[in-house]
Design a protein around this ligand. Structure first.
Ligand code: NZQ
Ligand code: ZN
Length: 388
């Protein structure tokens, strides 16, 4: 195990009716608040009204920015920065899924940055100050509600970039599983694939002697796999929505990688390249890429995949080689995701090899792709080709 600091400053309010905590989180009455949200789902499912009631209660001076895209764009971040400056906003409130939250994170640091906020997103500049922001989560997937990561797309350049900063943790996040009842089946599945991928990315690390973390991760995966099919049968199940929601947060709030090297993350970089070019849902892209990445790694060294296959996918090892056990585990994961309705090849999104070289290029937005296994352009090409 490596030495580590465990620190997460986000205050998490979890459970039915926790929106009532919003008033106290606003602190003083009359605050200037920018409400950031997406394409309008919050106006249909009652979440907007629930939030507004709290803001009214605190006589907040409320401004709105709607229309944050899934895979949020730089242009929208800039619009939010302008609104904050124009109205002297004191608190940003992101109400939505990962896209809305990621957009709010970039706005909050962009407000105090004199240059182009893209500098921060591309890690050319380090933010020194941020507007406080909180979140009301409506979709269980990214973990953005309790981490300091944000992913923004420069659509004109077809670049999707992840950045992080100690300033990008939400001050508070309110998670009411009932607010996720209206998430449609496909988005629910993408969220499940995404959170499982976050655990898997961290599971594939190179640090020795991490039994505690490994079992944490195995337990999160087992919990998600137990709850997910039941949730899909009843999207209004409080119990299963709650399990999945908390699993999504736990999957990517720093806890699972304490003491490890942080894991691999090559599949995420490859997927970000894919959604930068084709604007597909992040979880959908991962469901396609991840098993092919696993297969690629297991061919060289099956040890970690074998461990996962035995601990999580219930593979019977009798009479099998490590490679056979590993491959069976990968197939079990693929079949599990497919059984939920996730896509399994790029053709499912009408993506051919026409822009293959561009996709490879877009996967290398950071100098190094992967850490458990460092990718070359040829290995990424191989994984993408197998994903067609
Ligand atoms: O725009 P609205 O109307 O809100 O609709 C959204 C959107 O169409 C809808 N939705 C959200 N809550 C709903 C709902 N529909 C009905 N009822 C509700 N309660 O769902 C659609 C997708 O929303 P989005 O926020 O895009 O999904 P998600 O949470 O999966 O976020 C995806 C983005 O996060 C990035 C991804 O790359 C992608 O850009 N990621 C962020 C990470 C982070 N910050 O830590 C890590 C991830 O690996 C990921 O890269
Ligand atoms: Zn992800």
């Amino acid at each position: 195990m490596q030495s580590f600091l465990q620190f997460n400053p986000t205050k998490l309010w979890f459970g039915k009716g926790q929106i009532e905590q919003l008033a106290q989180e606003l602190g003083t009455p009359g605050k200037k608040v920018l409400l950031v949200f997406g394409g309008g789902s919050i106006k249909k499912n009652g979440v907007y009204e629930a939030v507004k009631q709290q803001l009214d209660h605190m006589q907040a001076d409320m401004y709105e920015m709607s229309g944050v895209e899934p895979n949020p764009r730089l242009t929208t971040v800039k619009k939010g920065i302008e609104l904050c400056r124009e109205h002297g906003i004191e608190l940003i409130l992101a109400v939505g899924g990962g896209s809305v939250i990621d957009c709010a994170k970039a706005i909050s640091v962009g407000v105090y940055y004199d240059g182009d906020v893209w500098d921060i997103i591309t890690r050319k500049a380090v933010p020194s100050r941020a507007l406080p922001f909180g979140t009301v989560l409506t979709l269980a997937a990214t973990g953005s509600e309790m981490n300091n990561i944000s992913v923004i797309t420069h659509w004109e350049k077809n670049e999707k970039r992840g950045w992080s900063s100690p300033l990008a943790y939400p001050a508070f996040s309110i998670l009411d599983p009932e607010f996720t009842y209206s998430v449609p089946l496909d988005q629910t599945v993408y969220g499940i694939v995404d959170m499982m991928s976050h655990v898997l990315e961290q599971y594939f690390h190179l640090t020795e002697n991490t039994p505690m973390m490994d079992r944490f991760m195995e337990s999160v995966l087992l919990t998600i796999m137990e709850a997910a099919p039941k949730l899909l049968e009843n999207l209004h199940s409080y119990e299963h929505r709650a399990t999945i929601m908390y699993a999504g947060t736990t999957a990517f709030n720093g806890l699972l990688s304490s003491g490890t090297d942080g894991g691999d993350w090559a599949s995420h970089q490859i997927e970000h390249g894919l959604s930068a070019v084709y604007d597909i849902p992040h979880g959908g892209g991962l469901a396609i890429i991840y098993p092919n990445w696993m297969r690629h790694c297991a061919e060289d060294d099956p040890s970690r995949m074998t461990k996962l296959a035995l601990a999580v996918f219930g593979v019977d090892p009798t009479g099998k080689t490590d490679h056979e056990i590993a491959y069976e585990g990968i197939e079990a994961l693929r079949q599990f995701w497919n059984s939920l309705g996730a896509p399994n090849c790029l053709a499912d999104y009408d993506i051919s090899d026409a822009r293959l070289e561009e996709l490879i290029h877009k996967s290398f937005m950071k100098e190094q792709v992967g850490s458990y296994k460092i990718m070359t352009r040829d290995t990424v090409r191989d994984i993408l080709t197998k994903s067609l």
